[in-house]
Design a protein around this ligand. Structure first.
Ligand code: GLA
Length: 562
């Protein structure tokens, strides 16, 4: 099923299957640090979404007030930028040409000369504050406001099915920078999400090509059919996110029948758990555990801090669902701690993995970019999910670091905690977490060059290769533990990313986007992989996809936890 889905996505991207092979042998050699510069990948989006606090009652006044608050609270200065208009912005009406018609009272003219009922008005306002604007639709014919409206009567025809090219071109022409595509209609019509979202992605790329305007793609099928297996790079998009679960909480709207709903700490933890798919999160593609409930009713300040900790270590999109005009000083400070935000936005773009779990006393680790440093860095969370305070220990070997001393910093308190050897322990209060930066020495990686004809592997003449069918095969790749990082050294001289499929032992795992390195320069990106075979080694393949001019030089396999 998984392979089937990725192949569908690959076909939608226009990738040819491997008709011919350009096989290269690989000889392993121990290697210390990365020989080539890390290339930063697109970070997960940061911003605000209307759904959690305004349900389907979003309008121009609300969007303007939230945009202004994003600036006045200092959130913009810390990197928050998207003002995302979720469901409720249109009521399912189209004109004779099939164009979306919006309510002129809901979206009035904001400046002299503007026409009421033109979504470009609100986009211009948001852009005038130096922010970006997001919009929302459904992959089906009718959206969630038909199948189960949160407030008000059902509204039919609020989806984009049969209008993908028209609607996404319209969104780009209005000036939107981001589009979330929901799945209520897709689910109601029993559609295949990989196919449908592939078509949406192609419509987005067409709109981008026609307008020169970028539309960030947010897939919202709540994890149906395992989107982490087919969503990375779907349809040739160079960055996207996909929801991995349902909503943490339905909207909590003041002065409405739903004003007493409560977000729950266990609900937030459940979404965090369902969002963990480290092998799919790389090179600008992100698992999305849902918009945050931080700052909404129900969670305490300490719980909000844990929520932010978990979203940051998983490199999740940081889309705030609270009303930004009423955030408490504590919530605001939690949302804007620069050292925690830096973990979320780390330019390596990886997710955390769980490295130990003793009956609810968990250690999570996320590899961070080295950015030219010789030392290696990990963000680490000590999470106590039990009902009483308990000591939690992280061992350097759990992090793939040598047992000599490592520097420990508490990111929330912004305090250095010393340089202990072997491990670090702290007592973590019940249902609380500690977030650390650990800097130390990495166990050496093993480099496998993509060189021809070594180790008895016959090189196949390059005459067998066409530009679209380039592949690089690495035989007998060893992994000391189940988690490994694979650092890929490559060159991509063109301005836009090139793509390659990543296969382990013949199975298609994911699609990787290789950002530009510039001409004549080598760079590296890193992915996380679970290498199944311990003794006989694994065969890894990178298969260039969708054209481009990628050259892979080598891979370096870095052990994760032992
Ligand atoms: C779904 C999504 C939510 C929100 C609503 C709108 O439930 O998961 O994030 O967009 O639809 O109806």
């Amino acid at each position: 099923m998984r392979q089937h889905k990725v192949i569908i996505a690959a076909l939608l991207l226009g990738i040819s299957a491997a008709g011919g092979w350009c096989v290269r042998g690989a000889a392993a050699s121990a290697s210390g640090q990365a020989a080539v510069a890390e290339i930063p990948v697109p970070p997960p989006p940061m911003g605000w979404s209307s759904w959690n606090s305004f349900s389907n009652e979003i309008d121009s006044n609300i969007a303007m007030a939230q945009a202004k608050a994003m600036v006045s609270t200092g959130m913009k200065a810390r990197g928050y930028q998207y003002v995302n208009i979720d469901e409720g912005w249109w009521l399912g009406e189209r004109d004779a040409q099939g164009n979306i018609v919006v309510d002129p009272a809901q979206w009035p003219a904001l400046e002299p000369g503007e026409r009421a009922g033109d979504m470009a008005n609100i986009v211009k306002f948001i852009h005038s504050l130096g922010l970006k604007a997001g919009i929302y639709t459904d992959a089906g014919e009718a959206g969630c406001s038909f199948y189960g409206p949160d407030l008000g009567p059902p509204k039919p025809h609020t989806g984009s099915e049969a209008h993908y090219e028209q609607d996404f071109l319209q969104f780009a022409k209005w000036g939107f920078d981001y589009v979330k595509v929901d799945w209520c209609g897709g689910h109601g019509e029993n559609l295949d999400p990989a196919l449908q979202y592939g078509q949406v992605a192609r419509a987005i790329r067409r709109a981008e090509a026609l307008t020169g305007h970028r539309l960030f793609f947010s897939i919202c099928d709540w994890g149906v059919n395992s989107p982490w297996t087919w969503a990375p790079g779907i349809g040739g998009v160079t960055a996207d996110i996909w929801r991995t679960s349902g909503d943490i909480v339905a909207p909590i709207v003041a002065n409405s029948p739903n004003a007493n709903r409560q977000a729950s700490f266990p609900g937030m933890l459940g979404n965090f758990d369902k969002g963990i798919h480290p092998e799919a999160q790389h090179t600008g593609f992100y698992n999305d555990p849902d918009m945050m409930v931080l700052g909404m009713p129900a969670l305490s300040d300490a719980e909000n801090r844990v929520h932010m900790t978990l979203w940051a270590i998983s490199g999740a999109p940081l889309l705030v669902g609270a009303d930004l005009t009423t955030l408490s000083p504590a919530s605001l400070s939690t949302l804007t701690n620069p050292e925690v935000l830096a973990v979320d936005q780390d330019p390596l773009g990886l997710q955390c993995a769980k490295v130990s779990d003793a009956s609810g006393l968990q250690v999570w680790s996320k590899r961070l970019a080295q950015l030219g440093r010789t030392d290696s860095r990990r963000a680490v969370v000590l999470l106590n999910r039990t009902a009483s305070a308990a000591p939690v220990t992280v061992r350097w070997s759990d992090l793939g670091l040598d047992s000599d001393s490592a520097t420990v910093r508490d990111l929330w308190r912004r305090q250095d905690l010393g340089t202990p050897a072997n491990s670090f322990s702290a007592t973590v209060p019940a249902t609380d977490a500690l977030m650390l930066l650990v800097t130390g020495h990495e166990q050496p990686g093993v480099r496998y060059p993509a060189a021809d004809g070594v180790q008895g592997t016959p090189a196949v003449s390059s005459a067998f290769c066409t530009e679209k069918e380039k592949s690089w095969v690495f035989h007998g790749v060893q992994s000391a533990g189940s988690n490994a990082w694979i650092q890929i050294a490559y060159e991509n001289p063109q301005d836009s990313p090139s793509f390659a499929e990543f296969r382990t032992n013949g199975e298609l795992e994911t699609l990787i986007a290789f950002p530009s390195t510039g001409k004549g320069r080598m760079g590296s990106i890193t992915i996380a992989a679970a290498l199944k075979h311990r003794s006989q080694g694994n065969d890894l393949t990178l298969l260039a996809a969708g054209g481009g001019s990628l050259t892979v030089d080598s891979i370096t396999v870095i052990p994760g936890s032992k």
